[in-house]
Ligand binder design. Sequence first.
Ligand code: CTP
Length: 416
Amino acid sequence: MTAKRIILIIGGGIAAYKSIELIRLLRKSGHDVRCVLTASGAQFVTPLTLAAISGNTVHQALFDLTAEVEMGHIELSRSADLVVVCPATANMMAKMASGLADDLASTLLLATDKPVLAVPAMNVRMWLHAATQRNIAVLRSDGIEVMTPDDGDMACGEFGPGRLPEPAAIHAAITAKLAAQHDVLAGQPDFAPPTPRPLAGRRILITAGPTHEPIDPVRYIANRSSGKQGYAIAAAAAELGAEVVLLSGPVALPTPAGVTRIDVESAREMAEAVDSNLPADAAILVAAVADWRAADTSPQKIKKDGSGAVPPLMLTENPDILAGLAKSDKRPPLLVGFAAETNDVIANATAKLARKGCDWIVANDVSADPMGGETNQVHIVSPTGVTSWDRLPKSAVARKLMESIADELDARAPLG
Ligand code: CTP
């Protein structure tokens, strides 16, 4: 089963705590889960718990300006492959059956064009009430799948149908529904299977581009880095489901979808931004950081004095962000550096791996295709050996690298 996006609406009721185990199981299967918590659901589980378990923002209010700017409720209702209501209270199902939209959850359910699975949980009398049974019949005839609750002891002391099914059973029902949906879609001519999201729940920090080291307010030292490879890596990481923070030197590139970009100018600003955006599961330092900066910067533009004398330009060394991070307490579990080399690529990269103290060096030969090109030929150098890839478009290098990083992170620390 490929990874899917699931919206989980959590209604009020003592069974709401079981949604936490359900989220864990869904994420273990590789799915991305976004929670919508109703006001009564929030009496039983906290948004903080749901955010921590799902690895995503929890949506609560219909009129939340920040959330609307990031993802409006209509877009949210359509961003998923499946909407699951769990627990679905009698009240929630009554609203769904009559098309009421007076909070985020009910509005989303009315606005969605995606399949919906409702998992009821309520007191036995409420479940058996004619109104509830009538509402369930309406929902089923509207095409909504309503699971049958379990029989058993209730938190309120009564016995009978109304208990929320066990999370494993709900997970199985979701898997079956997604598989059925996949089979239906796969029969359609323009079907493209969704991208797997092996990096869901991971935070990845990426540096990209050159740095600019000021000499005076109008002049700076720079290099030829275009930022293309770093940006392609950020885009690939986001496509594979990661939360991506891209620390970018000055480049003329658009921010890839789903990526948080922070712009910096100099090496020292980049070092500070790296420090303040950790922790992360992996850091990939692609930036071509200037090795040196002007020892003194002039607050005013340096002027010619007419004598033909050239102003002295004294340089000082910049902090080595990669080597510093490798030694720091904040070192991410997987630390990847880049090395642009013009000669003895593998030997230089192997020496750099040891010198910098990172886990992998992605070495590229910039003698054949200078910085700024559209393709890259890289060697992945690690303490266990060297893997060389064919020359590929930068986007393909990025995708292959992020897939390798996803595998490596899973091997080191599988997502619970
Ligand atoms: N790097 C860094 N901070 C620096 C210089 C480099 O974090 N001040 C990182 C780069 O982002 C890259 C790796 O170190 O991931 C290697 O960069 P490179 O410029 O090839 O290494 P240098 O140490 O500058 O070695 P060289 O002598 O080849 O210039």
